[in-house]
Design a protein around this ligand. Structure first.
Ligand code: NDP
Length: 330
């Protein structure tokens, strides 16, 4: 069936301004790191992407290496874009990134001009797009001069291949320096993409202050700690869950077991708020106004819908925030 997006797609989503730019992003965005690769079912990802757009999720976040195998999420994006989303290109913000290893040899990863610009060309081809809305340096490169990496981002904009640029997982100091270099080049640093969730709070140690001071947006990844801050693992580790998949080395059964006592207590608190744990975890990442968008993943339409309903209650009392701190320290 041809896809006709819902007429009510802009009725329930909140759109937040990205730093001091002209762009707005949905308070909840959809990431394509997992569940959209060559190993996944196209019809499931189509259903998730359609439902997301129907509910106002105008931002899909990709990277050169998303899959598995690397590159396959961008290829699946092309299929779905051509079949479903092409008429709505101007209603969508599509991002991609380069930084992690994508091809063999010295030019296939990190932050050189050689790698970043070649990777962007490859991504555009795989995605069937003329340009992306946001192009990111996916990780800081300790060996390449920051001027070179930022210069490549600036070139991507000047070549018309990206509208805006971002960085991911840069320290507060490198972020300030990257912003200065880009400002001098005339291409503002739009956004930073760091990890952030109740178990991973590194951005509270300076990065949020830098972003606020510089007027840079913030889209936080893995707000659910890859599924741990949901009911996914409350009854054990399901065989189809991320922690069971051997190629998903970023989340192991050991992580899940270690955090479970806290997750159980957080789940009780979420219930008392009349929310699912996933909804409370997402709302918690959005409590600081410097955070523009919470970047979730979902392996089903049901998970996506559960997560988007977080927007029904974003407020926390001081007592609830205090209780969360207590649980996290327990
Ligand atoms: P999350 O923390 O949101 O984890 C998503 C996973 O949690 C899902 O795949 C699913 O796991 C589970 N889940 C989601 N919703 C529910 C629910 N309501 N109930 C039960 N389980 C649920 O985010 P991700 O780790 O997937 O990251 C999100 C995005 O962030 C990525 O797609 C990517 O775009 C970006 N990212 C960026 C990085 C960077 O370096 N810049 C690094 C990592 C991510 P299951 O599959 O087991 O069902």
């Amino acid at each position: 069936m041809p896809y006709l997006p819902s007429d009510s797609r802009y009725d329930s989503m909140t759109y937040n301004r990205v730093g001091r730019s002209g762009l707005k992003l949905p308070a909840i965005s959809l990431g394509w790191w997992y569940n959209f690769g060559g190993v996944d079912r196209l019809e499931n990802m189509r259903a998730i992407a359609r439902r997301a757009f129907d509910l106002g999720v105008t931002h899909f976040d990709l990277a050169n290496d998303y899959g598995p195998p690397p590159g396959s999420a961008e290829e699946n994006f092309k299929t779905l874009f051509n079949q479903d989303f092409r008429p709505y290109r101007d209603e969508l913000v599509i991002s991609t990134k380069a930084g992690y290893q994508m091809w063999k040899g010295p030019y296939g990863e990190w932050g050189s001009r050689k790698y970043l610009l070649a990777s962007l060309d490859q991504s555009l081809k795989r995605m069937g797009l003329d340009y992306v809305d946001i192009f990111y340096s996916h990780r800081p490169d300790p060996e390449t001069p920051l001027e070179e990496t930022m210069g490549a981002l600036d070139s991507a904009v000047r070549q018309g291949k990206a509208l805006y640029v971002g960085i991911s997982s840069y320290s507060p100091e490198m972020t300030r320096e990257a912003a200065r270099i880009l400002r001098e080049m005339g291409t503002p640093l739009l956004i930073h993409q760091p990890s952030y969730n109740m178990f991973d709070r590194w951005i509270e140690g300076g990065l949020l202050d830098v972003l606020s001071g510089e007027g840079i947006g913030c889209i936080v990844f893995s707000p659910l700690a890859q599924g741990q801050l949901t009911d996914r693992y409350l009854g054990g580790i399901p065989s189809d869950a991320r922690a069971s998949k051997t190629e998903r080395v970023w989340l192991t059964p050991d992580h899940v077991k270690k955090n479970l006592p806290k997750v159980e207590q957080l789940n009780e608190l979420a219930k008392a708020r009349g929310q699912s744990l996933a909804q409370m975890a997402i709302a918690w990442t959005l409590r600081n106004p410097v955070v523009t968008s919470s970047l979730i993943g979902a392996s089903s339409v049901k998970q996506l819908e559960d997560n988007l309903a977080a927007l029904n209650n974003l407020k926390f009392s001081d007592e609830e925030l205090g209780r969360i701190e207590e649980i996290l320290k327990s």
